[in-house]
Design a protein around this ligand. Structure first.
Ligand SMILES: [Fe+2]
Length: 355
């Protein structure tokens, strides 16, 4: 057993400005990696610019939802031309994941995009992450999920890139839409269950999932009732952070595997796509004692209660049968994805997980 969590985390109000010196110490020229709107709307971009002070920077704000390999390569070109030597990902999972991949490609300017999915030891430049959503946990994971149009799905790059610094401020979440909040909280719940019910789960790394599930239980009723209170945002951010630390050790499992083609094909947001399979996953899990323990930690009486909750929160799935079938068959052909599920599973069981 081992624990490895190399990211330095600060979580407090105004933490970007409070820890400006540590951010500036990462290099001599920064690339701020963001989407078009959220970094500005949340005030996070403003805080980062204040924290950078005189440090030169460039902004790359063209990160789309589910960022593509092509976008990463476009950003790398600018970063190399500009002499960037550290990266700050600001936003949800998309900019944070993209920042990791850009940091890798910029440190290796002679390499082509093919290297993203090759197992080859390569250096990368430092990355700091500032989450403005509460789902991905990317600020503490080594994963960078990119869309691969050639393969019609999403997949994490082969290189493990932990951010060196994660700066968390609950105030950035206040700008999330209802759907944004629901989708990202559901993603975090997926990470927590999929990490706790995982081949790689053990006494040491389960501490993250256990604590995260208990935090999730604190706001679950208010999230469902659309009655979130100011104090909930920090709890949501911490649940998501712990969920990230959990999957950094175990990886995700079947709901994430089933979600990727659904997101790619129907453009359903990541968290919602995961949530559509989550209740069925816990219901199907063969170690009933452990599954029940996880359910109770999150405040659910049983798997049926979780399924009912998610159906209310996310609505019915209504996914095309052929898409479910082909997604299940693809997943069954992929040993790398199946290895995190400790039991045998059939295509029929995978399809039946949908809510
Ligand atoms: Fe996720």
């Amino acid at each position: 057993m081992q624990l490895y969590m190399p990211t330095k985390v600060y979580s407090e109000e105004n933490c970007v400005v409070n820890h400006a010196a540590e951010l500036r110490a990462l290099g001599t020229k920064a690339m701020l990696v963001t989407g078009k709107h959220s970094a500005k709307a949340t005030g996070a971009l403003h805080d980062v610019l204040q924290a950078l002070g005189e440090t030169p920077y460039v902004i790359f704000d063209a990160i789309e939802e589910n960022p593509s390999v092509e976008t990463v390569m476009a950003a790398r070109k600018i970063a190399v031309e500009e002499g960037v030597d550290f990266f700050i990902g600001i936003g949800g999972g998309s900019p944070m994941d993209a920042a990791k991949a850009i940091a890798l490609m910029t440190a290796n300017p002679e390499e082509t995009e093919a290297v993203l999915y090759e197992t080859k030891a390569l250096p990368h430049l430092p990355v700091a992450c500032i989450p403005t959503t509460c789902g991905t946990g990317s600020e503490v994971t080594p994963y960078a999920i990119l869309t691969r149009h050639a393969h019609k799905t999403k997949r994490s790059i082969s290189h493990k890139i932990f951010p060196v610094l994660a700066l968390l401020d609950g105030k950035y979440l206040r700008h999330l839409s209802r759907n944004g909040l629901v989708n990202t909280c559901t993603d975090a719940l997926g990470h927590l269950f999929e990490s706790y019910l995982n081949t790689n789960a053990n006494d040491l790394n389960s501490i993250y999932a256990r604590e995260g599930l208990q935090l999730w239980a604190q706001f679950r009723d208010r999230l469902l009732a659309d009655a979130v209170e100011a104090g909930d945002y920090e709890t949501m951010l911490h649940a998501s952070l712990l969920a990230g630390m959990a999957i950094a050790h175990t990886g995700t499992s079947l709901p994430h595997g089933m979600s990727y083609p659904v997101t790619y094909t129907l453009n359903i947001p990541h968290g919602r796509a995961v949530g559509l399979f989550l209740g069925g996953f816990v219901d199907t899990y063969e170690d009933k004692v452990r599954a029940q323990k996880a359910l109770e930690l999150a405040g659910f009486a049983d798997a049926a209660a979780l399924r009912g909750y998610l159906r209310q929160l996310l609505g019915a799935a209504q996914l095309p049968e052929e898409l479910l079938q082909s997604g299940a068959e693809k997943l069954l052909e992929d040993p790398a994805k199946l290895k995190n599920y400790p039991f045998a599973i059939t295509a029929q069981q995978l399809v039946a997980m949908v809510n």
